[in-house]
Design a binder for this molecule. Structure first.
Ligand code: HEC
Ligand SMILES: [Ca+2]
Length: 496
């Protein structure tokens, strides 16, 4: 019999449900765009809060002035929707003495204040509760208890580890961002791979994902993604290749490389942000790969560019005839979906749904169900503010817009990175659940989805390091977590 543990304060740490109704998303943008841009340049959300709201609500939302209660109670922290906060600020709480800000603040500023309040609530929650707590090394979660152990300690050759996958014999390949691959077996580093392509290590760019073909025993293919140096100096763009390993003992040489996807040189650009990338097999002869927009948000909506897209290719890199834009003049034929910002988590669920997690602006990280031809909205809509604390000139979505809304979003952002699905093995009660990592959030979440819908989530790890990748061991079902700062690999295994 499964013993379900019911009281989980951490179960929905900092996430907000996406309503199916208009309740939350319907809104109008009251200020003209130029005004918003001007505002964004010279004011910050916390500045508005400190000047306008703190005298009653306290500098950290703790309340106390003007008859206010704390905004940071557990109940308010867990409040499912953000819309009531927006309405309270816009329309005021007149019988309690709070004026309406509809005339003095734009909707973007008000949404920015909602983000700020959510961040204050999150900080208060962490101050009070921290993260999941182990008793005698054992953590309790819904359906399973688990422990977290270090597999590879720092110093052993890990250097900003980025991606991990396993060979059928249980050895793993771990990419380091600087352009190297380690061959490991659990806690031992056995060797490395030589002859790898040259990568442009700029900003967030470098060697990224590694994906072992599901029929590796038959065909030997391994797929890599990396930021490829462009012909114009200082430029780079994400490139996908596959190749084979020629072994000498435990060391291997990268051979027989084929290009699976390479963008035209004119898409290569400078700047070190938003390369994506993950590679996923659908088991039906296709791969999906996700591309960040390289900091050029407008290109996410441009079908002639690969920036901010999820691509679908045949495993050899050719274009499937049933891709959505194969007949659109000028379009990149590999595009499967568009309007993405920087997806760094991608997985095919057990129910055949393709899921992505992506970095939004501050307060707008998303879990999306990726559908053929879908427009995910960036940069036309976003649930967020700028990382520099200015309100975003981008409106929050309105119900009339034809964008695919996220199934769930994280507010505050966790900096979503790495996504896999639990196939059973060590954790049969979690079969079909997604497992997601967060860099800045230093968090690992188990996310329950059902019939392509978000159900709930639970935090399994907090504050052990920046989570760069999460991956489920294909043989044991244990969950491996690649951490950066410190560079280590830990695993989540069953305790009972
Ligand atoms: C003159 C005092 C005062 C000022 C200034 C003020 N508020 Fe309030 N606010 C209140 C009171 C009183 C309430 C109702 C009691 C409560 O929720 O604490 C309230 C309620 C709220 C609520 C609803 C809380 C809930 O639980 O749903 C939000 C959100 C809010 N205020 C945000 C703001 C923001 C943002 C600002 C600045 C733009 C602001 N307030 C300025 C006094 C004030
Ligand atoms: Ca989106």
């Amino acid at each position: 019999m499964i013993k379900w543990i019911t009281a989980f304060a951490s179960i929905a740490v900092g996430c907000t449900a996406i309503p199916s109704s208009d309740q939350e998303v319907a809104q109008t943008n009251s200020a003209p765009e130029a005004e918003l841009v001007a505002f964004a340049q010279n004011s910050s959300v916390s500045g508005i809060y400190d000047r306008t709201c703190a005298k009653c609500h306290g500098d950290r939302g703790q309340g106390g002035g003007g008859g206010t209660q704390s905004l940071n109670t557990t109940e308010k922290f867990h409040q499912k929707y953000d819309r009531p906060y927006f309405d309270a600020i816009k329309n005021g709480v007149k019988d309690m003495g709070m004026e309406a800000y509809a005339e003095t603040l734009t909707d973007q500023q008000i949404w920015g204040l909602v983000v700020h309040i959510r961040e204050l609530q999150y900080e208060a929650y962490r101050r009070e509760n921290g993260g999941p707590k182990a008793k005698d090394g054992v953590y309790q979660a819904q359906g399973h208890s688990y422990k977290v152990t270090t597999v590879l300690p720092r110093g052993g050759g890990l250097s900003t580890p980025w991606g991990i996958d396993w060979l059928p014999d249980g050895r793993s390949l771990i990419t380091n961002k600087a352009g190297t691959i380690l061959v490991t077996r659990e806690d031992r580093i056995l060797g490395s791979v030589s002859g790898l392509p040259t990568v442009a290590v700029i900003g967030q760019g470098g060697l990224m994902d590694v994906a072992v073909h599901p029929k590796y025993r038959e065909n030997g293919w391994i797929y890599l993604s990396y930021s490829d140096p462009g012909q114009r100096s200082g430029t780079a763009f994400t490139k996908i290749v596959r190749g084979k390993l020629k072994w000498t003992g435990s060391d291997a040489e990268w051979t027989e490389q084929q290009t699976i996807y390479q963008a035209p040189q004119e898409m290569y650009s400078g700047g070190g942000v938003h390369f994506g990338n993950r590679t996923v097999f659908d088991g039906k002869g296709h791969i999906y790969v996700c591309y960040g927009e390289r900091g050029q948000g407008n290109l996410s909506q441009d079908l002639t560019k690969t920036n901010g897209k999820i691509l679908r290719l045949k495993e050899d890199g050719t274009i499937p005839a049933d891709n959505p834009f194969v007949n659109s003049p000028g379009a990149v034929k590999a595009i499967w979906s568009y309007g993405h910002r920087n997806p760094q988590g991608l997985v095919m669920g057990l129910d055949g749904v393709l899921w992505d997690t992506e970095h939004g602006p501050r307060g707008g990280d998303e879990l999306n169900k990726v559908v053929k031809g879908g427009n995910y909205g960036w940069p036309l809509v976003a649930f967020s503010i700028n990382y520099n604390d200015a309100p975003l000139a981008t409106p929050w979505p309105s119900a009339s817009q034809k964008f695919v809304q996220p199934e769930m979003r994280w507010l505050p952002s966790i900096a979503a990175c790495g996504l896999d699905v639990i196939r059973g093995g060590a954790f049969p009660q979690w079969r079909g659940d997604l497992i997601a990592g967060g860099l800045a959030g230093q968090t690992v979440r188990r996310i329950r989805v059902k019939d392509g819908k978000y159900v709930d989530q639970e935090e399994l790890i907090w504050n052990m390091g920046r989570v760069r990748d999460v991956a489920v061991h294909p043989l044991t079902g244990e969950i491996y977590v690649l951490l950066n700062q410190p560079d280590t690999v830990v695993k989540i295994s069953r305790a009972n």
